[in-house]
Design a protein around this ligand. Structure first.
Ligand SMILES: Cc1ncc(COP(=O)(O)O)c(C=O)c1O
Length: 469
């Protein structure tokens, strides 16, 4: 596709609202292959992941293939050998809960998490009776590596970066910082902090750095996100890059952690033998979560996984063209973690609007006016401050510290942990970004005409609202 300089858009009349392809990247590409995969499971009357009358092991196949996929470099064949272990579960939220449980997170522990995420990133911490500790964001709107250390205490158990809306965090720098913190903790006799990457919104993206939370596992290089930390989770919910409607995946390269994750996602029994005496495993390790994926989800996700890199390529290319157009309007797109490495998926295009000199209330009115002006044109715009329970201060249950059941985690834990606050103002850098950032969705199947339409809408709203308000 050719670039369309802003000069070709002299005539800024109001564009006629025109439908765009859907904003569900994976579902948009469903065809006969997904239908056949689902039908095969139904014809076999074997929708359960561990056995059935004509069981073909779809979920087990997905686990093997996803491990190989994550070990591959973008655009290259998936290696046969991988040091990653994958457990498929029934949702991304379930994946987070199981992963934190397997990592030993419990009452009185603290988990560092960014303030721009999805509510599940926080609810999984609270459900495990631990305290969420907010870390500020950098200009990628993801966890700021430089803001981690001041939030760490002896109670910190896990750090959870949550790369948002297709854009990678500076994960290489985050891992370096964690390694430095863990070296200091070792000297103090404290256990190391583990890293859990919540990659629900960036499946298939890649970033630069060295994996490993204690020592670098190899030299810095390009790796798929979800392979930097001690564990990672992904989601297959319909907004995600590939989808089975619902579903989640938990990844680790630590065999002991993998054993716990597999056991806890099911009944709490580890399947240590190639053929356990019972289908659920023989060695009890804890209380299970009941988070098994169905064979229907597994079969559909396997087909979708083969499409993932090409879906991302489409979004990334469209995103790049829309982003340069936004720049040509004089607006500032969100920063990339690594400007020389196009590892982001391109799912959303975020840009800041000029808010200098406006009070908080004026900024909110302005941001809402911009989003409202874009909305009738079908671009799925969001003013980040209003982005529902992706924003810490919009989560009422967090701000008010609602307990799980009758008590805890805040009131049941060490007194110091209840000092955490979650009201707006806790993360000044993120707060400023949220009130100055607009996002528009980048569907995975845009035609040249669709992209021209998006440019016309952006130019029109820029002239009539962004530069006027
Ligand atoms: C960052 C993040 N974490 C976790 C989840 C939870 O995934 P799910 O909806 O599959 O439970 C989502 C998506 O919904 C998400 O965006």
């Amino acid at each position: 596709m050719t670039a369309h300089p802003v000069a070709s858009l002299k005539n800024r009349e109001k564009p006629t609202p025109t439908p765009l392809p859907s904003a569900f990247p994976g579902a948009e590409w469903y065809d006969d292959e997904e239908i056949q995969a689902a039908t095969r499971v139904l014809r076999n009357r074997s929708p359960f992941r561990y056995y059935g009358p004509k069981w073909e092991g779809e979920v087990a196949g997905l686990e093997r293939e996803f491990a190989r996929f994550l070990s591959s470099r973008p655009g290259e064949p998936w290696p046969e050998k991988t040091d990653l272990f994958v457990t498929a579960v029934n949702s991304g939220t379930g994946a987070l809960e199981v992963a934190l449980d397997a990592m030993g997170v419990g009452e009185g522990d603290e988990v560092l998490v960014q303030g721009f995420m999805w509510i599940s990133s926080i609810s999984a911490i609270v459900r495990n009776r631990a305290i969420p500790v907010l870390v500020d964001s950098d200009d990628t709107l993801n966890m700021d590596p430089a803001s981690i250390r001041s939030r760490v205490t002896p109670r910190t158990r896990v750090i959870m970066p949550v790369p948002m809306m297709g854009g990678c965090a500076r994960i290489g720098a985050i891992m370096e910082e964690v390694r430095a913190i863990n070296a200091d903790r070792e000297k103090q006799g404290l256990p190391p902090i583990l890293v859990l990457e919540d990659c629900a919104q960036v499946m298939g993206a890649h970033a630069t750095g060295a994996p490993g939370s204690r020592v670098p596992l190899g030299s810095p290089g390009i790796h798929r996100v979800g392979t930097f930390g001690d564990a990672a989770i992904f989601s297959l919910q319909i907004n995600k890059n590939i989808t089975a409607g619902e579903g989640g995946l938990v990844v680790t390269r630590d065999p002991a952690l993998a054993r716990l994750i597999e056991a806890l996602h099911n009944t709490g029994f580890a399947r240590d033998e190639a053929q356990p005496k019972t289908w659920y495993g023989d060695s009890p390790v804890g209380w299970g979560h009941g988070r098994r994926m169905t064979e229907l989800q597994g079969a559909i996700a396997r087909v979708q996984l083969k499409r993932l890199d090409s879906i991302i390529l489409r979004m990334r290319e469209s995103h790049g063209r829309i982003e340069s157009f936004i720049r040509s309007l004089g607006l500032v797109p969100r920063s990339r973690a690594d400007a020389s490495n196009p590892g982001d998926t391109g799912y959303y295009c975020l840009f800041s609007i000029p808010v200098q000199g406006r009070s908080h209330d004026e900024q909110v009115r302005y941001g809402r006016a911009v989003a409202d002006a874009l909305a009738p044109f079908g671009l799925n715009p969001w003013f980040m401050h209003d982005f529902e329970v992706h924003v810490y201060y919009n989560i009422q249950s967090l701000v008010e510290k609602w307990p799980v059941h009758k008590a805890g985690p805040w009131d049941a834990s060490a007194a110091a942990t209840s000092l955490q606050v979650y009201d707006r103002g806790t993360l000044p850098r993120l707060d400023a970004l949220l009130t100055s950032t607009i996002g528009i969705n980048v569907p995975s199947r845009l035609s040249e005409a669709d992209e021209n339409y998006i440019r016309r809408v952006l130019a029109y709203v820029n002239d009539n609202v962004i530069q006027q308000s």
